[in-house]
Design a protein around this ligand. Structure first.
Ligand SMILES: *Cc1c(COP(=O)(O)O)cnc(C)c1O
Length: 384
């Protein structure tokens, strides 16, 4: 029976401390969550602005469901494209300073769609080695030639771009790296793309809502505008809902509409989610205090953890990775915090490189200074 082999593979994983498992939440996403009968102080969601359970989003979702019902009933190109989707696309494009936008059901699907629609055989994709899994999958599925450059190594990318003489060129990068929290050098990447006539696809899953003026994202943060930038962001993280969008020149968006298979062959997300996202966008735009408070919490955490035996990686974003090294040690630290009622996930290979297992601490505008102080104190107790 093939089961024998599956059992063995799972056992091997477990022996390496790499078995993944889920925990069941019994409350809404937030700073305090109920998990399997216990209450925890949580530092493990991407709900950076604390909007996932915001009363205005809940009210908007309810109103959206009253107006449009629950299911979209079809893909966008058949009969599933609603006024709420359309309005959201226009609002998102304007917010990030692009002529047009297209929403996708998830960020994973957006990345698959955009890369596959823009490049294929004979073209080349250049990718940072620490890019998100969905970008890696996207470039492999596209059948373009793939060149991966060392993390944020602009010189190596320049060399690779130089070597490729024909076909379309697409450089793809996370704007904020999801397991490290650091930023891509977008101005330098754009300059190289200009020089070599390449496109630049920026995945701003962790920057949208958090970085830049009014939370407009990484392009606003770096003050970058160029038709060759294709901007992608997700709507299930800081925006607190679900979904993703790509914003770009009209001709790029039209091309996605014709060619992006992960857009064409999937059911449109419920239009009520777009209504909730319009409410989210208003709060993102209006409530600067959320980002200001986050910045204070980041500074407080970094100061508080500077004297621990583990390495707090350089990061100015709400993603604050505490690198521990070995898988078992990272798990033990995560368990130690859990015993103290604090939930921080351990991230292990293959999600991060071997020997760099870490706690991925993520902060939210919904945290208080006392919450952060409690985490700092617990980590000091565990360090003894
Ligand atoms: C979360 C994430 C995605 C995937 O987005 P989903 O909407 O969760 O599918 C893509 N890219 C990056 C960098 C991410 O962190």
């Amino acid at each position: 029976m093939p089961f024998t082999q599956l059992h063995k593979e799972l056992d091997d994983r477990a022996a390496l401390g790499l078995l993944r498992r889920r925990r069941v939440l019994e409350s809404a996403q937030g700073v305090h969550i109920n998990v399997e009968g216990r209450r925890y102080l949580s530092f493990c969601s991407n709900d950076y602005l604390g909007l996932a359970n915001h009363p205005q989003l809940i009210a908007a979702l309810q109103q959206g469901a009253q107006q449009y019902g629950v299911g979209s009933g079809a893909s966008h190109l058949v009969s599933g494209h609603f006024a709420a989707h359309h309005e959201l696309e226009q609002a998102l494009a304007a917010f990030v300073g692009k002529p047009a936008a297209l929403t996708f059901s998830t960020g994973y699907l957006a990345n698959l769609g955009v890369v596959q629609a823009l490049v294929g055989r004979g073209d080349t994709v250049f990718a940072d080695k620490l890019n998100h899994a969905s970008l890696n999958e996207a470039m492999l599925l596209s059948r373009a030639e793939v060149k991966r450059y060392r993390h944020n190594d602009v010189a190596q990318l320049a060399q690779q771009l130089q070597e490729v003489k024909s076909g379309r060129k697409l450089v793809i990068t996370d704007a904020v790296f999801s397991m490290d929290g650091d930023l891509a050098p977008l101005p330098q990447l754009l300059a190289l793309c200009e020089q070599h006539d390449a496109w630049l696809l920026v995945d701003d899953a962790h920057g949208f809502g958090v970085l830049g003026e009014q939370g407009r994202g990484a392009l606003s943060y770096f003050n970058l505008a160029s038709p060759r930038i294709i901007y992608m962001a997700t709507l299930g993280k800081a925006a607190g809902v679900s979904g993703a969008f790509v914003a770009a020149e009209e001709v790029v968006i039209q091309t996605l509409l014709q060619n992006a298979r992960s857009y064409i062959y999937t059911t449109a997300s419920p239009p009520a989610l777009s209504v909730a996202l319009m409410a989210s966008l208003s709060l993102i735009r209006a409530e600067d205090w959320r980002r200001e408070h986050l910045l204070r919490l980041i500074a407080q955490l970094r100061a508080g953890l500077s004297d621990l035996p583990w390495t707090l990686l350089e990061s100015a974003t709400p993603i604050q990775p505490l690198q521990v090294g070995e898988n078992e040690a990272a798990l033990a630290l995560s368990e130690g915090l859990r015993a103290r009622g604090i939930w921080v996930p351990a991230i292990r290979p293959p999600t991060v490189p071997q020997g760099t297992a870490r706690l991925r601490i993520s902060l939210s505008a919904a945290h208080s200074e006392q919450d952060v102080a409690q985490l700092i104190e617990a980590l000091h107790e565990l360090a003894c």
